[in-house]
Design a protein around this ligand. Sequence first.
Ligand SMILES: [Zn+2]
Length: 141
Amino acid sequence: MNLFAMGFRKCDLKGCGHFGASRGSRKHAGVDMACTPYTEVGSPVRGVVTKLGWPYRGRPEIRYVEVNAGDYFFRVFYVDPAVKVGDMVELNGVLGTSQALGNLYPGITEHVHFEIKDKDGEYVDPTPVILALRGTLKVDL
Ligand SMILES: [Zn+2]
């Protein structure tokens, strides 16, 4: 599914999905997109896969995929990767399959987490990108 066609995760028992939402002492560094588990997730950008990561120590099944394009790094969390480091992916090319979060965060809205970092490691709010690309989606994406 196209990342930009997913709805935003609103507030639920575990918090809110928008950029900058409270996460205790931290702020949410990305945007959560509501997504049914086991859905194929498209890349937010055309670029090169630079990392397949593990966001949580002790939870090796939970993964993320990082794609680099220009000066920015686009990361989609809670995706079981179908790509490998060094692969070129097209816009909306399949990155992998969304993972179920119910065991990790009971009561949470199932979602994938999308974040953008610049080359200095600073987080960028993905919301305007999502809104702009959602507006240009074609039916066949
Ligand atoms: Zn998130």
